[in-house]
Design a protein around this ligand. Structure first.
Ligand code: C2O
Ligand code: CU
Ligand code: CU
Length: 488
């Protein structure tokens, strides 16, 4: 572990110095902070990172992002308006931090959608940078995919059409502007998009207030209270849940469903409960698993989702259980705790986790195979030894094909992951073996530790057009670890 940390720190530290765009991109208003806050007393621009000390954690409640209300529901579709704009929020208690937001919310508001019912989102870019909005995990036409080059100019608006012709899934939307996705997402441009369907609705799973989206990420807040951004920054060691550092969340002694999303740029989470007790994993990127499986650990690389049920009825009222993380980088004292569940009441619970949740379509016979190699040598990162060039097609895929892709992380120290737009895929093998239960279900993003190989199968029968695939450690994709496929 020490070796990998050193390597990451050394390699990327240098990179940070050359590629830092950071505060330079933000309007002056965003950089301004109120006087007299604890983080900045006495000094002019202290560079030291600020965080919440271990003794001061769990003093702020974890918010649940607001559910966005449609401006129209006529004509069988839901229309939403979103304004991308700067805002300030308290990630650390008492410290105002400038962020980039969808509608002023950090993270962005949750969109709730239903399969078969289209959603239309009018995105108004009131930032000073071009943006592009991608609905991660969705099958949409090329024009609506939020391609890196298909951007919304500052001051302009753009309408995205989401047909929702796919089964339920915990999707998320985030910025994807070429070379800027890493910084934009880091500064706040992401939100949840929960797509449901009749299969999911028919199940007796915890619902309503007991079904809670939780976006996990890390931040590096500097001594002035600003979000510090440099590529590959190993100092992003303050852990944030739904926009707050180390919050508590009051729960009743009953079952809850949590839609965990890792919205970090590069951090992975290796999650467990502080008492080591069971977590029931019910879903993945592309919705529910065929069957639940019980575990004590949930690993999530950037962009991945895990749908879990935690049964707090096993705890007496008054119990506090911490959700812990053990994935580097950073000192365990900083990154080891995520949020605390405080069991503060009892509540009736008619919910259940059935032993069968859904059935997945049979995998068709593969029609072809290809390999993809991920490598990084900062300050560049490569897909098949090439840096992303939006003008180049890297893979021609026949419409209707069902292909097996062998994805190799050829780096010895850097973890990577692999995300494809447009499709949900299935993992066939990990390192030549049957994949573990954590690889089950429909996936759109898969983690690859150094040296790992994953075989996946994707079927390209949705839309024709060009779509990207990339490492979802967004600092890596912004450095070039991205490529284009053309389905036609
Ligand atoms: Cu979530 Cu191309 O990304
Ligand atoms: Cu995506
Ligand atoms: Cu990567």
């Amino acid at each position: 572990m020490a070796t990998r940390r050193t390597a990451l720190g050394a390699g990327l530290g240098v990179l940070g110095a050359t590629l830092t765009t950071g505060a330079a991109l933000l309007p002056t208003a965003l950089r301004h902070r109120a006087e007299g806050e604890p983080a900045r007393t006495g000094t002019k621009a202290p560079a030291r990172a600020v965080t919440v000390s271990e003794t001061d954690r769990f003093r702020v409640a974890m918010p649940v992002p607001p559910v966005l209300r449609p401006v129209s529901t006529r004509g069988g579709r839901d229309v939403y308006d979103i304004t991308m704009r700067p805002a300030e929020c308290e990630i650390l208690p008492g410290v105002r931090t400038g962020v980039l937001t969808y509608n002023g919310s950090f993270p962005g508001p949750t969109i709730k959608a239903r399969s078969g019912r289209p959603v239309v989102v009018r995105q108004r870019n009131r930032l000073t940078m071009p943006t592009s909005v991608h609905l991660h995990g969705a099958a949409v036409t090329q024009e609506n995919d939020g391609d890196p080059m298909d951007t919304i100019a500052p001051g302009a608006d753009r309408i995205y059409h989401y047909p929702n012709r796919q089964p339920h899934a915990s999707l998320w939307y985030h910025d994807h502007a070429h070379h800027m996705e890493a910084e934009h997402v880091y500064r706040g441009l992401s939100g949840s998009y929960l797509l449901t369907d009749s299969v999911e609705q028919a199940l007796p799973l915890p619902s309503g207030p007991y079904d809670v989206p939780v976006a996990l990420r890390d931040v590096h807040i500097d001594g002035a209270g600003d979000l510090a951004f440099s590529m590959g920054d190993p100092e992003r060691t303050t852990i944030v849940a739904n926009g707050k550092a180390y919050p508590y969340f009051r729960v009743a002694a009953r079952k809850y469903r949590f839609r965990l999303l890792n919205s970090s740029n590069i951090r992975a989470f290796d999650l467990r409960l502080s008492d080591g007790s069971d977590i029931i994993r019910i879903g993945s990127d592309g919705g529910l698993l065929p069957r639940p499986h019980t575990t004590d650990r949930v690993f999530l690389s950037s962009g991945e989702r895990a749908d879990v049920v935690i049964d707090f009825s096993r705890y007496p009222v008054g119990t506090e259980i911490v959700l812990e993380n053990s994935a580097p980088p950073g000192d365990l004292a900083r990154i080891g705790q995520v949020l605390r569940f405080d069991v503060d009441r009892t509540a009736p619970d008619a919910s259940r986790v059935p032993s069968v949740l859904r059935s997945l379509p049979r995998l068709p016979e593969p029609t072809g195979e290809r390999t993809v190699k991920l490598t990084m040598a900062p300050p560049q990162a490569f897909m098949d030894d090439k840096v992303y060039d939006p003008g180049r097609i890297d893979a021609f895929v026949r419409y209707g094909a069902s292909e097996v892709w062998t994805v190799v992380n050829a780096n010895e120290v850097f973890p990577h992951n692999f995300h494809m737009h447009l499709v949900q895929f299935r993992i066939l093998e990990r390192n030549g073996q049957t994949p573990p239960p954590s690889d089950a279900g429909l996936k759109d993003t898969v983690n690859l530790m150094p040296g790992e190989t994953v075989k996946l199968q994707a079927t390209f029968d949705r839309y024709r057009g060009t779509y990207v695939y990339h490492c979802h450690m967004l600092d890596h994709s912004a450095m070039g670890m991205m490529a284009t496929m053309k389905i036609g």
